[in-house]
Design a protein. Structure first.
Length: 218
């Protein structure tokens, strides 16, 4: 995809895998929505799970992260259940409703928060029951695997993928970017252009620097 694309071109599908409890993913997801205002992209939302990603290495994690990993099962299960029963188009509004509560309002990752988010977007509140069962775990694991298979196990949430150049080429996929705070307007669009240029370079793997502050949701 041409980094200098204009809005007159046919939109490109951007696949975005997210875990709703991750604050850094929330910031990146809001950036992606900003990008869609000025670049010809359509975001297709998919669920991934930090609980699945970390389930075989819980002993290596700090206690705070182990607790969060346990709490993170219910939201992704509910998102998958909602998508299966009401269509994938419910993922973005439900994610937004959850993310505003988790990250902006600092509400707990519990059933009451799930029910409030479901109620806000007009979905049945009893979908929250899915959070307490493994009924949808095969679909959850399949969605998670589709995203993580594009980038490898040594990353996290989010994962973004765009079609590669040429009809038969592999998708261009990457973890992140981690941005803080969320870029807006033309700044968001310029970052998108740059990320695509870097990620599309053959053999490119990583660019990183140490985070010096916590998530800024302002």
């Amino acid at each position: 995809m041409n980094a200098a694309s204009t809005t007159t071109e046919s939109p490109t599908t951007v696949d975005f895998w997210f875990d709703p409890v991750c604050p850094w993913t929330w910031l990146t997801s809001r950036w992606m929505l900003e990008v869609a205002k000025s670049r010809p992209v359509e975001v297709s939302w998919h669920v991934m799970s930090l609980s699945i990603l970390n389930e075989n290495r819980l002993d290596e994690l700090p206690e705070r992260i182990r607790v969060l990993t346990g709490e993170a099962w219910a939201p992704v299960r509910v998102l998958v259940a909602a998508s299966l029963s009401h269509g994938p188009e419910v993922l973005e509004p439900l994610y937004t409703a959850l993310g505003e509560r988790y990250h902006l309002e600092q509400q707990p990752e519990n059933r009451a928060t799930l029910e409030a988010a479901l109620r806000e977007v007009g979905l049945p509140v009893d979908l929250a029951d899915a959070g307490d069962t493994d009924r949808y775990d095969s679909e959850l694991r399949a969605s998670h695997r589709r995203g993580i298979s594009l980038v490898g196990e040594d990353v996290g949430s989010p994962v973004i993928a765009v079609p590669g150049p040429g009809a038969q080429s592999e998708p261009v996929a990457f973890f992140g970017p981690v941005v803080n705070p969320t870029p807006k307007g033309e700044e968001a669009a310029r970052l998108w252009d740059g990320v695509l240029a870097v990620a599309s370079a053959p053999g490119f793997y990583e660019i990183k620097r140490t985070r010096i502050s916590g998530p800024d949701f302002g």
